[in-house]
Design a protein around this ligand. Structure first.
Ligand code: TRP
Length: 331
């Protein structure tokens, strides 16, 4: 059976982009593959969380994984820092990762631009840690959003380089995967790029948002003055709303508003109202489970403990073999 690995950085509540880009796939894949889904708390250190919010953020992601339908009996769910073998592999891979290639990563360049005062080495080697996450379990499929494709290409580079250096075929190549078809990118509500935490207030809709909060955010989404000629191309901010609609609404609804746009009869207020209601329908069952699970600390402890045990068993096997390949020997 093929092995699957994916994770989400623990920076707090998950949004629709996390859900449609990754988690929805996790839930489908857990029945057909050997799945490892983790909470990337080591990665979160690249942006310096404080001891006051680190644990709460990890808990939030764990709770939302479970609320969204990841089954700890089917998939291995664990917290990255519970598996020290990952950090060890990261150290080995760092020896063969080059400054030039790391500096060329678009996500690194974005982070440097956004936070010039915090260009730390962990940020630079973020893709190396991500490669360690994936190849520690010898995974071949990685359900992620479109924005992670370059990171996966780097993971393949590091795996292949290790194989070449030590003249073996130890690590397989891993590829980005989406169950339904294409990798999805869920845009934000700000009329610009992807949905994300760091893109400012109101840009992201969270799985834990109340219906009122969802309506408020969607109604405030950026729009233009409306189409002026038939069948004209949609500007980014409008296309973004249609792209979100594509994942939460029915095909009839999507077609209906698409036709209205093409006939220049669209009223953005109506589109947003519909979009908000469809987001609410999609997220309500998850939101309702979030509170119950969050209060059940015994259950969370059990899930995290079992996950750590299973993940360490798999990671430990790899690390023993890697040490052997590298040439570490016992006296
Ligand atoms: N970089 C991913 C993100 O920002 C999170 C991540 C860390 C990840 N390690 C991974 C995803 C390993 C897949 C596999 O969403």
């Amino acid at each position: 059976m093929e092995t699957v690995v994916s994770g989400i950085r623990s920076t707090g509540n998950l949004h629709l982009g996390n859900y449609y880009g990754a988690i929805q796939n996790f839930v489908k894949m857990q029945y057909e593959y050997n799945c490892f889904f983790f909470i990337a708390d080591l990665h979160s250190l690249t942006t310096h969380p404080t001891p006051e919010n680190l644990h709460g953020n990890v808990k939030q992601v764990l709770v939302e994984y479970l609320a969204a339908g990841i089954d700890p009996e089917k998939a291995t769910i664990y917290i990255q820092s519970d598996v020290p073998e990952i950090s060890e592999l990261y150290l080995y891979l760092n020896m063969n990762a080059y400054l030039g290639e790391l500096e060329r990563s678009t996500s690194f360049k974005d982070k440097v631009r956004a936070n010039p005062e915090n260009v730390n080495a962990g940020l630079l080697t973020y893709p190396v840690l991500m490669a360690a996450d994936i190849i520690i379990h010898k995974a071949t499929k990685v359900p992620v959003g479109k924005d992670q494709e370059q990171h996966l290409e780097m993971a393949r580079t590091f795996a292949n380089r290790f194989n070449r250096l030590y003249k073996n075929e130890y690590f397989p190549e891993a590829f980005a995967f989406n169950f339904s078809a294409n990798l999805v990118k869920i845009p934000g509500l700000d009329g610009k790029g992807k949905m994300g935490k760091s893109e400012g207030e109101g840009n992201a809709v969270y799985l834990s948002d109340s219906p009122e909060a969802i309506r408020k955010k969607v109604m405030r989404a950026v729009t233009d003055g409306g189409p002026t000629s038939e069948n004209q191309e949609k500007p980014v901010e409008i296309q973004n709303l249609f792209d979100i609609m594509k994942v939460v609404s029915s095909t009839e609804t999507l077609k209906h508003f698409d036709n209205l746009y093409n006939n220049c009869q669209i009223r953005y207020g109506d589109l947003k109202k519909q979009l908000a209601e469809d987001i609410i329908i999609a997220t309500t069952p998850i939101r309702e489970r979030i509170n119950d699970i969050a209060n059940d600390v015994d259950y969370l402890r059990k899930v995290a403990g079992l996950g750590a045990e299973k993940a360490r068993e798999s990671a430990g096997k790899t690390i023993r073999e890697v040490r052997e390949i590298i040439g570490f020997r016992r006296f």
